[in-house]
Design a protein around this ligand. Structure first.
Ligand code: PEP
Ligand code: MN
Length: 366
């Protein structure tokens, strides 16, 4: 993969975020009316938010859904900036959006997940942003494709954008999961390790899709050492014209940030190793989850094989097949540097559980 060495300005030099973590961008999914923009801004200012978000042009799946108020909303954002001293931000998806944002004094723009997936649009935006000093954040593409994400960063970097950050909002998935978008934390970790200098935000609102999971996702992001959170907040979430289920009131957001999430110290009185060990443990937790998921998937297939054997009147235990599995596992395991003893024990246990599952199926239908 190309494009190491992007020239990146550190987050705390962008002039809008200050340590300690998390840096927060908050505001409604969409600007809906002047009153809603101003009331939400007032609430967020009260809880100490400095960077305000609101979608002006909304990329919606179906035509006829609320597609944003358009340019007039920029005036409301400008008013919130003047009245409350907030920095203002919105999503851009065309050259015209960029032009209008620059004219309105927008302080930060981001590329949405649907835009990052389209190199033509990304290039159009990079060209429009060339020569400006505005911070640009890039959400991950809707589908799980890190190269598209990196490609968008490269295009912006080549256009001279140096205040460049990423926002992880999860990937769409066909699997049934409790979140709206699949976090795929390994992908986030991979991005972070490839580009440790790029400021990294997580968007728990779009990842969760509902308020119940915003806390756990925010906590995990902090535990993984990411700098910031983009969280949707609306003065009256149930009346929101888009993403009503996932928006917190400003007070709920304040409670989340100050009472519910634990921010690990990273300054001098907290030893550095503590921060590192927390991050390593968070990685282990994710890997353990993946191991469990893989084991459960394996057992499900064992069950299907059991059914199939039963229908074809075949014995459960076929030692030649098992010997072949074990030989392959040992060979692969050796390549990974895993000990033979460990693999034998592990796979004996897996095999035993698998045979149990199949036995249960056969005996049930006798
Ligand atoms: C948004 O931030 O309002 C938005 C549309 O998000 P995403 O691009 O992540 O779907
Ligand atoms: Mn939204």
């Amino acid at each position: 993969m190309a494009a190491k060495n992007m020239d990146i300005v550190p987050l705390y030099e962008w002039g809008m975020f200050t340590e300690p973590r998390p840096s927060v961008i908050a505001g409604p999914c969409s600007a809906e009316s002047e009153e809603q923009v101003m009331e939400t801004a007032a609430g967020l200012k009260r809880i100490g938010i400095n960077v305000y978000r609101a979608g002006i042009w909304k990329p919606r799946t179906h035509p006829g859904s609320f597609e944003g108020v358009g340019t007039q909303g920029l005036e409301w954002l400008r008013k919130a900036k003047q009245e409350y001293g907030l920095k203002i931000s919105t999503e851009v998806a065309s050259e015209r959006h960029v032009r209008e944002c620059l004219k309105a004094g927008v302080d930060l723009v981001w590329l949405g997940a649907r835009t990052t997936a389209n190199p033509f649009l990304v290039q159009e935006l990079a060209d429009a942003l060339k020569g400006t000093d505005i911070p640009v954040m890039v959400k991950n593409p809707v589908n799980h494709d890190l190269d598209l994400w990196v490609g968008a960063l490269e295009r912006l970097s080549r256009a001279g954008i140096r205040k460049l950050g990423v926002i992880h909002r999860g990937f769409s998935t066909f699997d049934k999961i409790k979140y709206r978008n699949d976090p795929q934390w390994q992908a986030a970790i991979e991005m972070r390790s490839r580009y440790p200098e790029i400021p990294f935000f997580v968007d728990p609102s779009h990842m969760a899709g509902c308020c119940d999971y915003i806390r756990e996702i925010s906590q995990r992001s902090l535990d993984l050492g990411f700098e910031g959170l983009m969280i949707e907040s609306h003065c009256n979430p149930s009346a929101a014209l888009s993403d009503a289920r996932q928006q917190l009131t400003p007070d709920q957001l304040g409670d989340l940030l100050y009472n519910q999430i634990v921010v690990r110290d990273s300054d001098s009185d907290a030893p550095e190793w503590k921060d590192n060990i927390d991050q390593l443990r968070a990685k282990i937790d994710i890997i353990d989850e993946n191991i469990l998921y893989s084991l459960a998937s394996r057992m499900k297939i064992s069950g299907q094989i059991g059914e199939y054997k039963k229908n074809n009147n075949i014995a459960i235990l076929q030692t030649s097949r098992w010997d072949a599995v074990l030989a392959k596992v040992e060979e692969r395991g050796r390549e990974y540097g895993l000990s033979e003893k460990f693999l034998k024990t592990l796979f004996a246990a897996i095999h035993e559980a698998s045979v149990d599952v199949q036995n249960e199926i056969i005996s049930k239908q006798k």
